[in-house]
Design a binder for this molecule. Structure first.
Ligand code: ADP
Length: 484
């Protein structure tokens, strides 16, 4: 891989401020999903390396927390500046290991960097309270202190942003962190921590332990059962999130969970059709459909259904599929062949139960999947209940507002929902009726560092981004000051 700054390409783990091989010397391969080529062999770490990283995080935490918020902020701001300066290299690494089109990778680097900028500032605003007293000789005060040593496990679909969304507020508040990036995308994580080191993040404050799929169990187990680690923050599947919560129960750790979704995207008869089509495309097909906030079920009201489905089919047919490094590609590969098989299993099962593909519907060579639009999808089909995580849009028809809300809420998940309507009363009713942590109203995209990202029901616990996103990394301590 050719970069402007070849120093960003790392293949060792980063523990206690040093680049290290795994104890066994073993490595695992990182593969370009567009070409199948191995791009790097990365340190294959496990329990012992994780424990050392945690011990280093403990050693570093007191002095990191003792710095002023402004001092920590200056380091994070420098890290942000370095990310911006190296945007092109970071985006290239991301596209080569993850597959998303280069333009999307550039966008993710800006989005990822924005969390460092934001939390560098928010760290200075972790205010406590003074509370009107219950006794004349006593004063009541709260202060906020960092949780301490924390651990983070991140997914491959946003290889950089999911890291800074956790490490940013953790470091800003005075926590230290041990990070395990996804096995498919460790290079993005290692490049970020190289920049963190250059920005002046001290040894032990942020370590990265890399490993393959099998190692993730040992690494995750050490993180969740360690008495030193006080919080585990996870973004990934609901199944793994539940397992980590169980493991963390033994030491009553704080947990932050950003898990799966099953986003409804509702188009009412009174919607602006052009805007709704544009929103549905952005929401469904970004990152080849591999995001937890992608529209999983598009619900369209009777009166607008035919126009909407015809327009969307035309758009889906026109998408250029290919290697994300090529100009004009809007749909890259899926992350690996099992992702392709899963998407195809859902499409085949839906077709067998009566759904019709009016665009696409087939596997392509390698890890590519033909952008697909299915109509006549019903709520009992697997494709309407499982996260598709691929470039496949499913359309369902409905008649009334109540029916749309009922279908939308008929899932154990509650991450993001979207709807299009020009009726102000309906906008409020539907916004309040949807059992989701985030609702896009006439907007197919809602992620920003300024707003709280997170889910309800089985989609998660806690919020990332916004001022809430740093509150999740501190403890409130109450001081009862008597004998005044
Ligand atoms: P996906 O199926 O999209 O890869 P996962 O939830 O399986 O989503 O993966 C998200 C992250 O969780 C990755 O970093 C992965 O390595 C990690 N992971 C997977 N299984 C475990 C586990 N048993 N313990 C800890 N981490 C795990």
């Amino acid at each position: 891989m050719q970069l402007n700054d070849q120093g960003l390409l790392k293949n060792k783990a980063y523990i206690d401020g040093k680049w290290v091989d795994s104890d066994s010397g073993a490595t695992f391969a990182v593969v370009n999903p567009a070409t199948g080529e191995t791009i790097a062999e990365v340190a294959k770490c496990g329990q012992a390396e994780t424990r050392r990283a945690i011990e280093a995080a403990e050693k570093a935490q007191k002095s990191w927390a003792a710095k002023t918020a402004k001092e920590r902020s200056a380091v994070l701001r420098k890290w942000f500046d370095l990310m911006i300066a190296h945007q092109e290299d970071l985006a290239t690494i991301m596209t080569v290991e993850q597959g998303k089109p280069l333009a999307e990778s550039r966008g993710e680097i800006m989005y990822a960097a924005s969390f460092l900028e934001w939390f560098a500032e928010e760290g200075k605003r972790l205010y406590g309270d003074t509370i009107p007293t219950h006794r004349g000789d006593t004063r009541l005060v709260t202060i906020k202190q960092p949780i301490g040593v924390t651990a983070a496990i991140t997914p491959w679909n946003f290889p950089s942003a999911m890291i800074t969304r956790k490490a940013g507020p953790a470091l800003a508040s005075g926590c230290t962190q041990v990070l395990k990036p996804a096995e498919a995308t460790p290079l993005s994580a290692l490049a970020l921590v190289e920049l963190a080191e250059r920005a002046g993040v001290p040894a032990g404050v942020l370590s990265v332990v890399t490993g393959d799929r099998d190692d993730s169990q040992a690494i995750g187990h050490e993180m969740t059962t360690s008495h030193i680690v006080r919080k585990i923050s996870f973004t990934g599947s609901t199944a793994v999130g539940k397992l980590l919560m169980q493991q963390a129960a033994g030491t009553v750790k704080k947990v932050g969970m950003e898990l799966g979704g099953n986003a409804p995207f509702i188009v009412f008869d009174d919607a602006d059709l052009d805007k709704a089509i544009e929103g549905a495309i952005a929401c469904k097909f970004r990152n080849a459909g591999q995001t937890c906030v992608c529209a999983n079920r598009i619900l369209v009201q009777d009166g607008i259904f035919d126009a909407f489905s015809a327009r969307l089919a035309e758009a889906v047919d026109s998408f250029k599929v290919g290697n994300g490094m090529e100009d004009g590609v809007v749909i890259g590969p899926l992350i690996n062949d099992s992702a392709v098989s899963k998407v195809h299993r859902l499409v085949k099962a839906a077709k067998a139960s009566g759904a019709k593909a009016i665009a696409g519907g087939e596997k392509m060579d390698g890890n590519f999947y033909d952008p697909t639009l299915l109509v006549d999808v019903t709520r009992d089909m697997d494709i309407a209940n499982e996260e598709i995580f691929g470039p496949v849009a499913t359309l369902m028809r409905f008649s009334t507002e109540e029916e749309a809300i009922d279908i939308a809420n008929d899932t154990p998940f509650g991450l993001a929902a979207y709807f299009y309507s020009r009726d102000i009363g309906r906008c409020w009713r539907v916004s309040e009726g949807l059992e989701y942590g985030m609702v896009g109203v006439n907007s197919g995209i809602l992620s920003t560092e300024l707003a709280p990202f997170g889910g309800v029901k089985e989609s998660g616990i806690g919020r990332e981004g916004s001022y809430q996103g740093i509150e999740d990394w501190v403890e409130v301590k109450y001081l009862c000051m008597g004998d005044i």
